[in-house]
Design a protein around this ligand. Structure first.
Ligand SMILES: Cc1cc2nc3c(=O)[nH]c(=O)nc-3n(C[C@H](O)[C@H](O)[C@H](O)COP(=O)(O)OP(=O)(O)OC[C@H]3O[C@@H](n4cnc5c(N)ncnc54)[C@H](O)[C@@H]3O)c2cc1C
Length: 436
């Protein structure tokens, strides 16, 4: 253990030790395609898989190595939840839409679990369940009622964990009880992406890594896609660029704010300590705006904790220090723990924080996963593919009008530091008000 600045051996994702994104051997660009997909993360590959298996000529183009975006950097928690509360969605879109979206979360999780099972994707998936901690006893009461509703409404096994029994779920006194739901688990995101890539290529889709799309021009009833390696003609276009959207998709860029999310990983902890801190090996979360998500690594030796990173340029030490303080706040035994890895990636936020499948000017977009894309991205990607095929399975409660443009925004989220400061203030107020 070290005091002061954390030593972190590695500034690239822990996941890349076992599953680094691979540079694919360059292959000649196809002249003509049925469908061109921009982005080869979970969403783009999931769409390419469906389209290739339906006999379409399809290729996904990625500016980086496939998977090098968020899809190999994330926490691997199969949450598939939506950030706004049920009540908030119902107020804005109506109760029917809120119910449909909630039900679709369940179907989407099952879709991903089914994909892993039936395709035999080797990605360390375990259905561990997720524990969410309450900041105060009043919040615990509200969360306990919500767990009961979730059980009743969707048949999802979920229950309240009172403060007195908390240590059976988490070796921490920071929370005042919490809830557990058993339909969420953890996977190895890098392996999940690599396996998705394996079956997508085997299905006959083209995947072109390190091939940025530079421009998309409409020409009659098809599109001319200009890439870093040449030009391709495609009948249909699907954009799956989420938190890495650039000027090649200006309509989306004005509607989607990239936000950094960072993860730290501890050095190996003793089996006794791991058993005490995470007795059930569950995924963990909480309700603070700038709160943390955390979990054991699949081998059960380390803790991996993630949260917001307010930096916008370079790779400063401050956000890593903040996360390590957060880890010690939850688990005081880990004060000064050495870190093995610290890294960040981009998530993408819409103004209303809802993932989306939408069309504009003949181009289809699947994005806005707001930090919950392990389930939503493969699911919405597959819905997008069915929609391009003209099939009924393309229906989705998330298919709606495009998200609103963000005022005064053209791709540089200059306002994020102020928003994050606002969240920090809200968290301080919530902590002060919480009945602890
Ligand atoms: C640190 C971190 C932790 C997270 N933890 C979780 C979690 O625990 N659970 C969860 O559900 N979700 C989590 N997420 C979110 C999840 O990882 C994403 O929502 C999901 O991976 C999005 O997949 P995607 O395919 O839409 O986008 P990405 O995987 O980000 O892929 C987009 C791709 O588009 C490419 N691209 C962009 N522009 C162009 C262009 N012009 N030409 C060609 N290619 C282009 C990029 O190179 C990139 O590879 C986390 C994200 C991060 C960053």
């Amino acid at each position: 253990m070290s005091q002061g600045a954390p030593r972190a051996r590695n500034a690239s994702p822990y996941w890349w030790e076992a599953a680094p994104p691979k540079a694919l051997p360059p292959t000649p660009l196809p002249g003509k395609l049925d469908v061109a997909i921009v982005g080869a993360g979970y969403a783009g590959l999931s769409a390419a898989l469906v389209l290739a298996r339906a006999g379409r000529s399809v290729a996904a183009f990625d500016a980086m190595r496939p998977g090098e975006g968020a899809s190999s950097r994330n926490g691997g928690i199969t949450s598939g939840t939506i950030r706004p509360s049920f009540a908030r969605i119902a107020k804005r879109f109506g109760e029917d839409v809120a119910l449909a979206i909630e039900a679709e979360g369940k179907v989407a999780r099952e879709f991903v679990y089914d994909l892993i099972r039936t395709e035999e994707l080797d990605c360390d998936f375990r259905m561990t369940g997720l524990f969410k901690g309450a900041l105060g006893f009043d919040e615990y009461e509200t969360m306990a009622r919500a767990a009961e509703t979730l059980s009743k409404r969707l048949g999802i096994e979920s229950y309240a964990v009172p403060h007195s029994e908390q240590h059976g779920h988490i070796g921490s006194d920071f929370y005042r009880g919490g809830t557990a739901r058993l339909d969420i688990g953890g996977l190895h995101p890098g392996k999940f992406h690599a396996e998705l890539l394996r079956i997508t290529l085997a299905a006959g889709a083209g995947v072109h890594g390190q091939t940025p799309v530079i421009g998309i021009m409409r020409e009659g009833d098809s599109f001319r896609i200009q890439t870093g390696a040449g030009t391709v003609e495609a009948r249909q276009v699907l954009i799956c660029t989420n938190g890495y959207t650039d000027r090649a998709a200006p309509y989306l860029q004005r509607r989607l704010v990239p936000v950094r999310s960072r993860i730290i990983t501890t050095e190996d902890l003793s089996p006794d300590l791991m058993k005490r801190l995470m007795p059930r090996g569950m995924m963990m979360g909480e309700t603070r705006q700038l709160g943390y998500y955390y979990r054991p690594t699949p081998d059960g030796r380390r803790i991996l904790l993630g949260g917001r990173d307010a930096s916008r340029h370079g790779d400063p030490m401050g956000p890593t220090l903040r996360l390590r303080r957060g880890l010690a706040q939850i688990f005081p035994e880990l004060e000064g723990v050495d870190l093995s890895h610290t890294w960040f990636g981009n998530v993408a936020m819409n103004r209303d924080m809802m993932p989306r499948l939408f069309e504009h000017d003949g181009i289809l977009y699947a994005s806005g996963f707001c930090g919950s894309g392990v389930v939503w991205a493969p699911w919405v990607g597959s819905r997008a593919a069915h929609r391009l095929l003209g099939a009924d399975a393309g229906r989705s409660a998330l298919a709606s009008r495009p998200p609103a443009a963000v005022p005064l925004y053209r791709g540089d989220p200059w306002f994020m530091p102020a928003i994050i400061k606002g969240y920090a203030l809200q968290d301080q107020i919530a902590m002060r008000r919480a009945k602890r």
